[in-house]
Design a protein around this ligand. Structure first.
Ligand SMILES: CC/C=C\C/C=C\C/C=C\C/C=C\C/C=C\C/C=C\CCC(=O)SCCNC(=O)CCNC(=O)[C@H](O)C(C)(C)COP(=O)(O)OP(=O)(O)OC[C@H]1O[C@@H](n2cnc3c(N)ncnc32)[C@H](O)[C@@H]1OP(=O)(O)O
Ligand SMILES: CCCCCCCCCCCCCCCC(=O)OC[C@@H](O)COP(=O)(O)O
Length: 354
């Protein structure tokens, strides 16, 4: 293991990264609160400012994936459609098998310039996450409790609000509704059997209502559905912890662009259409497990420097007061305080590395 790789695994590096992320996040949340008085006066400007602020936070995790761990996602897609990515609004349908699937999505958002405005249909609990959840509130993320009667009106209203969104956005929908596990797969295949639907091997049975409501309410706003199928080479099981430790992963993403007009309007037909889409996605995953690749030409959109510049900027800005504090601590001459600080860091390091 080289020195750089060793350093990436050290507690002190992790401490600096997490400190930068959370403190910059809190400052960004504060700036977002400051935009509140602007909303009734100039809503579109307030939204644009929030997109930039959102970018400044989200891109730090993208920088961690792209620059710290060196992970490059390979895209399999039609070159004609490639020209359109980032230039139109889209609903993204993505499988939900991996701990870092959202990060792989974000890296594409970054490369196609829609990271600040990217959105998701997320469970309500995520809106309470400090920093990230609070930021999403200002980015008009759509949250659901997964109790349809309670969600219905808020869900529709949140989608309608996006009709005049001033920046291009991608709206991520994990139609499976939860991350894949063997147990959830077994239960959902029982449902498939009851409904006389073909069994899926690599996916849970998709929940269809959210997709139908999103498509219906975003007609005229969104140009296409991007059907995205993600997998990792060599049966890798990527984790956020691995990314933080600088581990490099090898994701492949297959993207098909489906014009929104081609999706049926009727609920039952739309639902059948989505089930068919998942049967196709399942076939792609099965082929991937046999051949190690998806259909179509490969391309790796170029990495842009902005995520790194933003990350380094925040780190320098926030390390400065931390260093001042440490200098003051040493100058204070209090052996007890110095020893308590060293003991805290050592204990943190031991705990972190267990
Ligand atoms: C080039 C481009 C490349 C890449 C870009 C990729 C991505 C980047 C884009 C954006 C990124 C932005 C942000 C992302 C960042 C972080 C967020 C990450 C993750 C968040 C993840 C989540 O929070 S997932 C959880 C929340 N989401 C969902 O739940 C969505 C899916 N669910 C739905 O849509 C549901 O329909 C619903 C919740 C809206 C409503 O559900 P409900 O159950 O009430 O209704 P349904 O009709 O859907 O289902 C009822 C029927 O289902 C049957 N049933 C029962 N049990 C099961 C089962 N186990 N499996 C399947 N079906 C089941 C039941 O029988 C009912 O059938 P009926 O016939 O009786 O209707
Ligand atoms: C530079 C520092 C980088 C630190 C990176 C931190 C980034 C944090 C981003 C948090 C994004 C959280 C996304 C979580 C995805 C998720 O939680 O999905 C939930 C679904 O499965 C449904 O769950 P379930 O309740 O099990 O059905």
């Amino acid at each position: 293991m080289g020195l750089v790789q060793w350093l990436k695994g050290q507690f002190l590096c992790h401490l600096v990264i997490c400190y930068g992320f959370f403190v910059s996040g809190l400052l960004i949340n504060l700036l977002q609160i400051c935009t509140l008085p602007l909303w009734p006066i100039n809503k579109q400007l307030a939204r644009r400012i929030n997109c930039k602020l959102g970018y400044s936070l989200t891109s730090q995790s993208v920088a961690l994936l792209e620059w710290w761990s060196g992970t490059e996602v390979t895209l399999y897609t039609d070159p004609e459609n490639y020209q359109l990515y980032g230039k139109e609004n889209a609903i993204v349908v993505l499988n939900h098998n991996f701990e870092i699937d959202f990060l792989c999505g974000w890296t594409f958002c970054e490369r196609f310039g829609v990271l600040g405005a990217s959105k998701c249909l997320a469970k309500k609990e995520l809106s309470y996450l400090p920093v990230i959840g609070w930021m999403w509130y200002f980015l008009e993320m759509v949250f659901i409790k997964r109790k349809w009667e309670e969600d219905k009106s808020n869900f529709v209203q949140s989608l309608q609000n996006l009709r005049d969104y001033p920046e291009n956005f991608w709206f991520l929908l994990h139609c499976e509704g939860t991350r894949f596990t063997e147990e959830k797969h077994r239960v959902s295949m029982e449902v498939a059997e009851k409904k006389s639907l073909p069994k899926l091997k690599h996916h849970l049975l998709p929940r269809t209502k959210g997709f139908w409501v999103a498509v219906q309410n975003l007609r005229g706003t969104v140009a296409a559905v991007y059907c995205c199928t993600l997998n990792f080479r060599n049966n890798e099981t990527p984790t956020l912890w691995g990314v933080l430790n600088g581990e490099k992963y090898h994701p492949d993403l297959y993207v098909r662009r489906i014009p929104l007009e081609s999706i049926p309007e009727d609920e039952a037909e739309c639902s059948a259409w989505l089930h068919k889409l998942y049967q196709e996605k399942d076939k792609f995953q099965e082929d991937y497990s046999q051949t190690g690749c998806f259909p179509g030409p490969k391309v790796t959109p170029p990495r842009r420097p902005w995520a790194l510049i933003n990350w380094l900027g925040w780190t320098c800005l926030l390390l400065y007061p931390l260093c001042l504090l440490l200098v003051q601590l040493v100058n204070s001459g209090s052996i007890l305080t110095i020893m308590a600080t060293v003991a805290f860091c050592a204990a943190g390091g031991c705990y972190w590395n267990i």
